[in-house]
Design a binder for this molecule. Sequence first.
Ligand code: NG6
Ligand code: CA
Length: 521
Amino acid sequence: MRSRYLTFTFAPLLGSVLAAEAKTAKDNKVADREQPNVIIILADDLGYGDLECYGAKNVQTPNVNRLANRGIRFTDTHAIASTSTPSRYALLTGEYAWRRPDTDVAAGDAGMIIRPEQYTMADMFKSAGYATCAIGKWHLGLGDKTGQQDWNAPLPASLGDLGFDYHYIMAATADRVPCVFIENGKVANYDPSAPIEVSYIRNFPGEPTGKDNPELLYNQKSSHGHDMAIVNGIGRIGFMKGGGKALWKDENIADSITAHAIDFIAQHKDEPFFMYFATNDVHVPRFPHDRFRGKNPMGVRGAAIVQFDWSVGQIMDALDKWGLTENTLIILSSDNGPVVDDGYDDKAEELLNGHSPAGPWRGNKYSAFEGGTAVPAIVSWPKKVKGGVESDVLMSQIDWMASLGALVDARFPKGSAPDSYNRIANLLGTDDADRPWIIEQASNHTLSVRTKEWKYIEPNDGPKMIPWGPKIETGNLSTPQLYDMTKAIDEKDNVASQYPDKVYEMQNILRRVRTKTIKLE
Ligand code: NG6
Ligand code: CA
C-alpha cells in the first residue's frame, strides 16, 4: 500500500463538534455515525475565477457560496491534468494518467479505459460498506473494446465492473456521440423503434452532418470542429444514427442528472453512500435551460455557471430534507481549468465583460501554465469541518482517493492508487502543511512540477498557442521554465537561467516521480 504522509487519527482531528439537532431517530443515526456520506461534485471546465466566492463579479453563485461559507475554500488546489479524461482517470484510480498511453480525451465509443481489474475510488468506498454511484459525465470509455459497442443491448462492461452500484451517465461529453444517457450499462429510455449506431470513422448513409447541412444547426453553430452528427440542432464529434426518444435534449441535461442524484440520495439516506456527481456544466455545447438564461451579462457560458450552481443547491436541499447535511462530506471542484471558445459559436468570448475564468492564473484548459489545472475546491462537512475558512495549502486531486480511503477506513489492495497519498488532514483543514510537490499534466503530455514556492515546466517542442482555433496559451517552450511563485503567480518571469540548481531539483523530482523512486516522506 502507499505510504502515508500524514497519520490520521480520528479523535483529535474531530474535536468537540456537536452533532446537529436531529429531527428524527433515523436522522440521529446518520448524524451519529462516524463515517460521513461522501459526495464529489465535479464540474467540467469550471475555472478558478468562475464562482462568486472565488471573486467572479459577473455571475451569482449563491448555492456554492453557501457551501463555501460553511466549509473550507481552497485557493491552491490542482486537477491532475488540464483535460477531462486523464484528470478523471487519475482522480478515480489514484494513478497518474500519463503512466498509461491511452488516457487522452476519449471518443464516445472508447472502450473502458479503467479496466475492471483496477481498484477504483468506488471499489474503495464499497470495501468500507458504502453504496456507490456515478451520475453525469463519464468520459472514461464504456464496453470492452473501442468502436465495438452494441448500444442496443446491455454493455458487457460498464461502471458496475468498477465498483459503482448505480450509474446514470453520459458516455463521454455533450459534444460527442452517443447523445443518450446510459443507466446501469444500458441506454436509458431506450427506443426500440430507433436503433442506435455510432461511428467515429464514417457517417451513416442519409444522415445529415454539420459540415454538409449547416442549415440544420438551429440551436448552436460550431466555431471549429463539431461538424459531424447533428442532434438537437447542434453539431457533434462522431457520427450517430437513431436514438429516437432516448436522445437527450441539451437544455434538460442538468435537470436530468440532478433528479437522478436526488433520487439516489433519497434511496440511500439510511446507509453510508458515495456519490460521484460529475456535471455537464460548463462544458460545450453550453445550452442551459431557459430558466437560467439572461441572469448575467455573459450569455450561455454565464448561464451554464448559474445552472451548475442550481444543481449544487438541489443536492444541498435534498441533504437538508433527509437530515443528512451534518454528516455528509461534500467536495466541490472541477476537472480542469476553464476555456472560453471551445468549438461552438456561443459568444462566450465576446460576452466575458471583463470576467476572468481562470482568475489570476495564466493559461486555460489544455495549458501547462497554472490555469490548466488550478481549480476551485470547496470542502464542507458540518459535523467535523470548521466553516468559513480559506486555505492556501497546496493540494492535488491525486490524493483524494487515499485521503478519503483513510477517512472511511477502506482497504487498499497492494499496488492500488500508487500515486495517491493520504492527506486527509489537508482536506479537513486540520493541517496546513503544503504537499511537497505536485505534478500537472498538460494536454500535450508536458509535465510540470509545482511546489508552494516554484513552478517548473519541462521543455518541449509544442506550439505556443493551441493550434486548432481558440486563443489559448499552451505554456510550451523548448527550454526549461522556472517561475518564482512567491514573487508572482502569473508565470511571466522565467528565472530558469538564474537558478540552475533549482531547475535541477525540480527536474529531479519529475524524474523520480516518473521512475517511481520518490515518496512523499
Ligand atoms: C476537444 C474539443 C473540445 C472538447 C475537448 C475535450 C474540438 C474542436 N474540440 O477536442 O470541444 O470537447 O476536446 O474537453 O472538437 S474535455 O473537457 O472533455 O477534456
Ligand atoms: Ca473538462
